[in-house]
Write a protein that binds this ligand. Sequence first.
Ligand code: ATP
Ligand code: MG
Length: 426
Amino acid sequence: MTQYRSVRGMVDILPEDSCHWQRLEAVATGVLQRYGYQEIRLPLIEATTLFARSIGEVTDIVEKEMYTFEDRNGDGLALRPEGTAGCVRAVVQHNLLQTPQKLWYLGPMFRYERPQKGRQRQFHQLGVEGFGVATPDLDSELILLSRALWQALGVDSLLTLEINSIGSPESRARYRDALVAYLRQHKSALDEDSQRRLESNPLRILDSKNPATQELLEQAPSMGEYLDAESRQDFDDLMSALDAVGQPYVVNQRLVRGLDYYNKTVFEWTTDALGAQGTVCGGGRYDGLVAQFGGRETPAAGFAIGLERLILLMKTVGDVPMASTDIYVVTADIEAQRHALPRIEALRREFPDSTIQMNLGGGSFKSQFKRADRSGARFALVYGESELADNCVTLKPMRGEGEQVTLPDTQIAAFLAEKLAETKGD
Ligand code: ATP
Ligand code: MG
């Protein structure tokens, strides 16, 4: 028989991990709500051309990483490698740009890459996009919103903010020419990848990890000298806003981001705690993309967080998964279970924030208590023969929280309310 395995780079999130995901999602939706951002849910599949045109034909994503296919109708489709293109497509299609929009989405993205720690073929992003604001107060708000999330998750001390301005398309083209002119003089010293990029996508050479190439770049012309006045002013305003809230940052003139649609401010949050896959979040302005997709000229900016990497960070600071079972219900036999069921349903309604598990599948008291222990329950509620006869129930603390007591059914809710309110370990 065939033993099926998940496809390489496509990862199951098991119950022991899903609790971290649930906490992350709950915290993130809370932060987004507090900043006034609304959720938009988008398809996982879009026309291939949507990505090729926005991300750029000569980017790694489009050249090497996209999952593309033809459907039965012969239409060229792609599993989304990122969320911005689809989001822009949607806001144009549904005419949402009459007023500024602040949107977010969360879900799987797909890229054919070499799987390793923090790099998968199906991975998840939380994307946040703001439309219709040209001023850098949007840029700083996006950065502060991401910072608020780091703080709420307790990982802020592990992350460094890097910012840069890549200017207007015109100033970037001028810089690109200067960079190419410089690097051409040293072409033979460039690594192979960078030699190829010299013709196709020279700004990406700034990203090269090759030591010889990095050394060459030390003397290369720098982006800042080529910035247009408006981009320079916006960048200064952004830095003032960050200074005003005491958010430290590093200006990294080699930060270009991998996608074609960016302009002006770009930023990343990086960490040393995850080895090579150190970028947890990246974003920036993309003022030209809406018009490129047939919408009215609309400035925009956004960012995406790699959630697998964020979860890895949460684990390094000892993220505590959500509470396990509070109460485990042990019953003598099927008759006792039938007796207990309506009473337990009533308790579940009364304590909506508690987890109450009914023992399923019978078993001796001994094996039921073993399961109760494994569930992590603080208390067992026991319905044995004498409890049934007397309309009582026995509450047995499982974690050394006092003595076992037997109470009439009518008193159990009040007693439990008191017990559950005490935090563990008090
Ligand atoms: P990298 O340089 O790590 O490949 P990127 O520049 O391709 O990142 P973006 O397209 O900017 O990444 O995506 C935003 C974030 O999504 C990244 O900073 C990262 O946290 C996450 N991410 C990107 N690709 C993957 C992947 N294959 N697996 C897991 N997370 C990813
Ligand atoms: Mg990448």
